[in-house]
Design a protein around this ligand. Structure first.
Ligand code: FAD
Length: 522
C-alpha cells in the first residue's frame, strides 16, 4: 500500500532520517519492517506561531516497494533538417521552453536574441553596476535566458495546472537545477545557478539541430498579405520562417513601437509601479519567525503583503530574501530597479517591490499615444527618477519611515544596490496618486508586520517593470495574432505570463499551437 501523510517537526529535526522514520512508525502504527520506503513529496513552513515548524508531506510504501521517482522523460528529436522552421524571437523563459518543445515536436527553432550569451552578458552587468553604462541590448532584462537569468529564480506561479508546472520543474532539473525544487512549496533556483541551467538549455537546443543567434535584434517583420513570412534582423537581414513566436518580454519597447507603427493590433494593459523596499534580513527573520533564531535549518524569511488603498491594490512583488537590488534599466536616461538572490539567500538584506496598480484612467495624459499610453507613462516616470538621481544609475532613495512621515532623509542606511543611492523626497519624484497609496500601504504593512517600519528600512525608485504595459492580442484557441497569420505572441511581454514558470508554460503552449498550425497548413 502506498499512502501520503504529513509530519510536522521542528526545523532541526526535519532532515533527520531516524526521527522521521520513527514518526512514520508512530503515526501509522506499523512495525518498522513494514515500511519498505518513503520519500518527501512536499516541504512547507508553518510560521504562524512560535515555534516555527517544517511540514513534510511524505509518500510511504507499506508492505510493498516504493515506486521510483522519475523525471518527465526527454523526447527530443533531431531537427537539423526538419521540414518546418520557426523563428523564436527572444530567448527568455518563454522562448527557451518554446524552442525545447518545438524540438520535441520535430520542428526546427531558429532563435534570435538581441542580447549576448550568459558569460558575455556578465561583462555588461558589471558595466551598468560600476560605470553606470546601460547597454541597450545586454542588461538585466536582455540576453541569454531573458529577464529570469540574473534573478532570484523564484518558481512559484498562480497556475493551477500543477501537472504542467511539474513538467517545467522536471525540465529545469534535467538542465541542472537542484531537484529540491520539485518538493519545495516555494521553490527557487538563485542567480548563481540560473546561468548554468540556461547554458545547458542552449546546448540541448544546439545539439539537436536548433539554431541560436545572439547579438541579433529583430527590427521588422516580413509580412505578405496577412501572413508573416519571417523577420528582419539588424545583422543577418531577412530570416525566413513559416511561423514566428514573438517572446520579447515586457521591456522590448522597440517591438511594441514597431507593431504600432506597422498597424498590427496591440492594446494598452494595466500594470503596476512603485518602489523597492529593503530591510536588514535579520529584521524580517525576527518578525516572521516571531523572534525565533533562524539557525541553519530555516530559510531566510520572506513575506507577501497586500492592502487596498483608495480603491487600488498596493502589494509586495518579487520579494527576494537574502538578496540584492539591481539596476534593471534597458536604456540610458532611465532608472528601473529589481531584485535577485543567490541560491542560499544568505545576503544581509531582504528586498521586495511594493507597487500600486496602474489603470488606464491614470495614464490619460498620454492618451494621444493610443495603446502605448501606459508604456509612455512608465517611461516618463523612469526618466524623472533618473533625472532626480543625477542622470546616472544612482537611484533616488528615502528612509521608509521618513517617506511615510513626509520628511527628507538626512542620512541613508547602507544598502545592497551597487550603483549607489541619493536622498530625495519620493513625493517629488513619483506621481502623487502612487505615493499617497504607497504611504497608506506601508502604514498597513507596519501593522501586519510589527517592526516593518524600521529606521533602517529604505525605499528605492523605480519598481516599474512588474508586468507589460502592453498586450499583444491573440486568438484564444489558435494563440495566433487575430490579424497576422503565423504570428504567435508569447510570454510576459505579450501579456500572457508573469514570472519565469508561467512564461515557460506559455512558451510550451504556443509551440504546440505552432505545430497544429503548420500541420493544418502544409
Ligand atoms: P523575457 O525574460 O523578458 O525575455 C525576452 C527576451 O527577448 C530577452 O532576452 C530579450 O533580450 C529578447 N528580445 C527583446 N527584444 C528583442 C528583439 N527585438 N530581438 C531579439 N530579441 C529580443 N520572475 C520570477 O518568476 N521569479 C523571480 O525570482 C524573478 N526575478 C526577477 C528578477 C529580475 C532582476 C528581473 C528583471 C525579472 C525577474 N522576474 C522573476 C521576472 C521574470 O524574469 C520574467 O517574468 C520572465 O523572464 C519573462 O519571460 P519572457 O520569456 O516572457 O520574457
Amino acid at each position: 500500500m502506498i499512502i501520503e501523510l504529513e509530519i510536522k517537526s521542528l526545523p532541526q529535526l526535519a532532515y533527520d532520517g531516524t526521527y522521521i522514520r520513527n514518526q512514520l512508525i508512530k503515526q501509522l502504527a506499523v512495525s518498522p519492517d513494514e515500511i519498505k520506503g518513503y520519500r518527501p513529496v512536499r516541504y512547507s513552513i508553518d510560521a504562524r506561531k512560535n515555534p516555527v515548524y517544517i511540514i513534510q508531506r511524505i509518500k510511504v510504501a507499506i508492505g510493498e516497494e516504493l515506486p521510483e521517482d522519475r523525471l518527465t522523460p526527454l523526447l527530443y528529436k533531431p531537427v537539423k533538417d526538419a521540414r518546418h522552421r520557426v523563428a523564436v524571437v527572444g530567448f527568455g523563459p518563454a522562448g527557451m521552453f518554446a524552442a525545447l518543445r518545438l524540438i520535441e515536436l520535430g520542428i526546427k527553432p531558429i532563435v534570435l536574441e538581441r542580447g549576448f550569451d550568459v558569460r558575455t552578458r556578465r561583462r555588461d552587468l558589471k558595466a551598468v553596476n560600476r560605470d553606470h553604462i546601460v547597454h541597450p541590448d545586454s542588461n538585466y532584462c536582455f540576453g541569454e535566458g531573458g529577464a529570469g537569468t540574473y534573478s532570484d529564480g523564484k518558481l512559484y506561479t498562480r497556475s493551477t495546472k500543477r501537472g504542467d508546472v511539474s513538467r517545467i520543474y522536471d525540465l529545469l532539473v534535467h538542465h541542472g537545477a537542484n531537484p529540491f525544487i520539485r518538493v519545495d512549496a516555494h521553490p527557487h533556483i538563485g542567480t548563481n545557478k540560473l546561468p548554468g541551467v540556461v547554458q545547458n538549455i542552449r546546448e540541448r537546443i544546439l545539439e539537436h539541430g536548433g539554431e541560436i543567434y545572439f547579438g541579433t535584434r529583430v527590427v521588422d517583420f516580413q509580412i505578405s498579405g496577412d501572413h508573416v513570412q519571417g523577420v528582419l534582423t539588424q545583422n543577418y537581414g531577412l530570416i525566413e520562417a513559416e511561423a514566428v513566436i514573438l517572446a520579447t518580454g515586457h521591456s522590448a519597447r522597440d517591438i511594441f513601437e514597431l507593431l504600432y507603427k506597422r498597424n498590427i493590433d496591440i492594446q494598452l494593459k494595466p500594470f503596476a509601479l512603485g518602489v523597492r523596499v529593503e530591510h536588514p534580513q535579520w529584521l524580517i527573520d525576527r518578525i516572521q519567525y516571531h523572534g525565533m533564531e533562524r539557525g541553519e535549518y530555516l530559510p531566510a524569511a520572506s513575506y507577501k503583503l497586500v492592502h487596498q488603498a483608495m480603491g487600488r491594490g498596493v502589494y509586495s512583488f518579487c520579494m527576494c530574501p537574502g538578496g540584492f537590488i539591481v539596476p534593471a534599466s534597458t536604456a540610458q536616461g532611465e532608472i528601473v530597479v529589481n531584485g535577485m538572490s543567490p541560491s542560499k539567500r544568505d545576503g544581509k538584506y531582504a528586498n521586495s517591490g511594493i507597487v500600486v496598480e496602474i489603470r488606464p484612467e491614470d495614464v490619460s495624459d498620454f492618451k494621444h499615444h493610443g495603446p502605448l499610453a501606459a508604456l509612455r507613462f512608465q517611461q516618463s516616470v523612469e526618466r524623472n527618477v533618473c533625472k532626480a538621481g543625477g542622470n546616472t544609475q544612482t537611484a533616488p532613495a528615502q528612509r521608509l519611515v521618513d517617506f511615510v512621515n513626509g520628511k527628507i532623509s538626512t542620512s541613508l542606511p547602507s544598502c545592497s544596490y551597487i550603483p549607489g543611492i541619493t536622498s530625495v523626497s519620493m513625493d517629488n519624484v513619483l506621481p502623487e496618486f502612487v505615493t499617497k497609496r504607497l504611504k497608506e500601504g506601508f502604514k498597513a504593512f507596519g501593522k501586519k508586520m510589527n517592526g516593518y517600519l524600521h529606521e533602517d528600512a529604505l525605499i528605492i525608485a523605480t519598481e516599474s517593470r512588474t508586468s507589460s504595459p502592453v498586450k499583444i492580442p491573440r486568438h484564444s484557441d489558435t494563440l495566433m495574432h487575430p490579424k497576422i497569420g503565423g504570428l504567435f505572441p508569447s510570454g510576459e511581454g505579450a501579456g500572457y505570463a508573469g514570472g519565469i514558470v508561467s512564461a515557460a508554460l506559455d512558451g510550451e503552449r504556443v509551440a504546440e499551437k505552432v505545430y497544429e498550425y503548420l500541420h493544418s497548413r502544409y
